[in-house]
Design a protein around this ligand. Structure first.
Ligand SMILES: *[C@@H]1O[C@H](CO)[C@@H](O)[C@H](O)[C@H]1NC(C)=O
Ligand SMILES: *[C@@H]1O[C@H](CO)[C@@H](O)[C@H](O)[C@H]1NC(C)=O
Ligand SMILES: *[C@@H]1O[C@H](CO)[C@@H](O)[C@H](O)[C@H]1NC(C)=O
Ligand SMILES: *[C@@H]1O[C@H](CO)[C@@H](O)[C@H](O)[C@H]1NC(C)=O
Ligand SMILES: [Zn+2]
Length: 465
């Protein structure tokens, strides 16, 4: 009885903390919002071993992306150390929960866990399958898909022994990564990161890569996939720039998000001391390569990567015994993994599309509310999931995957291209039906309006002019 009581208290406390930390929507008082935003204002991780990101020294219009509260005036000062203590306590609980395998927050977890665990394990046996359903896996692991999947992949590649990684540090590190994704983002959350990691694994298993990648390449490829959107704010770079967000100033308006993901990942690597037993030079080298991989996911640079890739393929000069070429292929593979949603089976692909659109439209709503220019892509009044997807597939996804298929002409590539074309067709048909429906509806409206006009004996032409 006592234990149950203490456990419940601990759970309530943990959930309260993570609630606060992730920027929950429901607050009982304005002051708690203020407190929380101040907590967020302290870049805890970056103070450990990395150049501090000086908040406050750059004036910025603070928009709390999730609560839509504008910057609160005052709340008592919260010291960085207090925040750190709060966070490490939470992490301690999370990692010890992981080690002991106690279910996270689902009260039914006690009952369902055995069954779920069994199903999750079965899924991992087919982790290289392109139909892998990350949404399902996330439910079966009680929201721990990223930790669970990444740990499994590290383990199955033998990276833990090869790099003599400390299991406890590794789990803590992975839990920290998962926690630093914002679970309230409809799209850019830990499930997306897990999905990208799974896709990256599929690509690493392709013959050309499997035969040549070193264990260091594999480690970095998986790490980069797992961390590539770390602490994503759920809005895009232009938004950060036009709201004078401190990150835009810090990274001089250039690859703002990607730089932030990378620096956050390095912060966590250093805080967890996961690689602290390696020679400094190797460690720094890995941090640099990690950055170069994550920065490659900046979609606005896609054309540079794509034309370099094309040139290599035309000249047939890619030589994967060359470390620089292997790194380049890892960059391309990560880019593919990041935007591979349209190449998944329709059911999964459609879900991702809806989620990313929800996030875009949310940004558009904030822009409208704060009288900023509404990004066309984010405008729910003038855009639709189908339109966004068709454009994205045509101008971003297809060009990249066409080249990838040239590079790796395998069954997987054919499967992906097949889904891509079917999914595009699916959105087009949906849009056409929608348009037919809309025009039929407006036709009916017009007819009934015309009837109304007729009954009132108004001249037909007056309606149109
Ligand atoms: C918030 O705190 C301030 C003092 O820090 C106090 O004056 C104010 O009444 C509080 N507001 C609420 C809603 O609790
Ligand atoms: C992943 O989940 C399965 C099933 O829930 C569990 O057996 C396994 O221990 C988990 N692995 C990690 C690293 O947490
Ligand atoms: C970033 O862009 C904004 C808006 O265009 C501009 O005002 C600002 O000076 C730029 N900052 C840097 C460091 O280039
Ligand atoms: C078309 O309209 C009908 C009835 O108004 C609705 O049931 C159907 O779902 C619509 N179809 C599409 C594709 O929007
Ligand atoms: Zn991403």
């Amino acid at each position: 009885m006592g234990i149950v009581l203490i456990w419940s208290l601990v759970m309530i406390l943990t959930r309260w903390i993570s609630h606060k930390r992730r920027g929950a929507i429901s607050y009982d008082s304005e002051n708690q919002t203020a407190l929380y935003i101040r907590m967020l204002d302290v870049r805890v991780r970056s103070q450990v071993g990395f150049e501090p990101e000086p908040r406050g020294s750059h004036p910025y219009l603070y928009v709390d992306f999730r609560t839509l509260h504008s910057r609160p005036q005052s709340a008592g000062p919260v010291s960085a150390r207090n925040v750190r203590r709060l966070l490490s306590f939470q992490r301690y609980l999370h990692s010890s929960r992981f080690i002991r395998g106690i279910p996270a927050s689902n009260p039914l977890g006690y009952i369902l866990d055995d069954d779920y665990t069994g199903q999750a394990k079965l899924m991992l046996e087919k982790v290289g399958n392109w139909n892998f359903d990350m949404f399902l896996f996330d439910r079966l692991t009680n929201g721990n898909s990223l930790v669970n999947l990444t740990f499994h992949l590290f383990n199955s590649y033998g990276l833990i022994e090869l790099f003599q990684l400390d299991m406890v540090k590794l789990r803590r590190f992975l839990v920290m990564i998962q926690e630093d994704y914002r679970s309230l983002n409809p799209y850019h959350n830990a499930v997306h990161a897990a999905d990208v990691t799974q896709a990256m694994y599929c690509y690493l298993q392709e013959p050309k890569l499997a035969e040549t990648m070193t264990s260091c390449d594999l480690l970095l490829g998986l790490l980069a996939a797992a961390t590539h959107d770390l602490d994503h704010p759920g809005v895009n770079q232009p938004f950060l720039i036009k709201t004078n967000h401190y990150l835009a100033a810090l990274y001089k308006n250039s690859s703002v998000l990607e730089n932030h993901h990378w620096k956050s990942a390095v912060g966590l690597l250093r805080e967890s001391a996961l690689l602290s037993h390696l020679p400094t030079e190797d460690r720094l080298n890995m941090e640099e390569r990690l950055g170069s991989l994550i920065l490659a996911t900046d979609i606005s640079r896609q054309n540079n990567y794509l034309s370099e890739f094309r040139t290599h393929l035309d000249k047939r000069d890619l030589c994967l015994t060359n470390g620089r070429h292997r790194h380049f292929i890892l960059q391309i593979a990560l880019k593919c993994a990041d935007i591979c949603n349209p190449c998944r089976p329709w059911k999964l692909s459609k879900l991702w599309s809806e989620k990313v659109t929800e996030e875009f439209f949310h940004q558009g709503d904030i822009e409208r509310k704060h009288h900023l220019e509404v990004t066309p892509l984010c405008d729910r009044q003038s855009n639709s999931v189908a339109n966004i997807q068709i454009g994205f597939m045509t101008y971003v996804v297809e060009p990249l995957f066409v080249e990838w298929s040239r590079f790796s002409d395998t069954r997987l590539s054919q499967t992906m291209m097949g889904h891509l074309s079917l999914n595009k067709q699916g959105w087009k048909e949906g849009r056409d039906k929608q348009e037919a429906n809309t025009s039929r509806a407006s036709e009916e409206q017009r007819t009934s309006a015309a009837k109304d006009s007729n009954s009132k004996e108004l001249p037909q032409g007056s309606k149109r002019s």
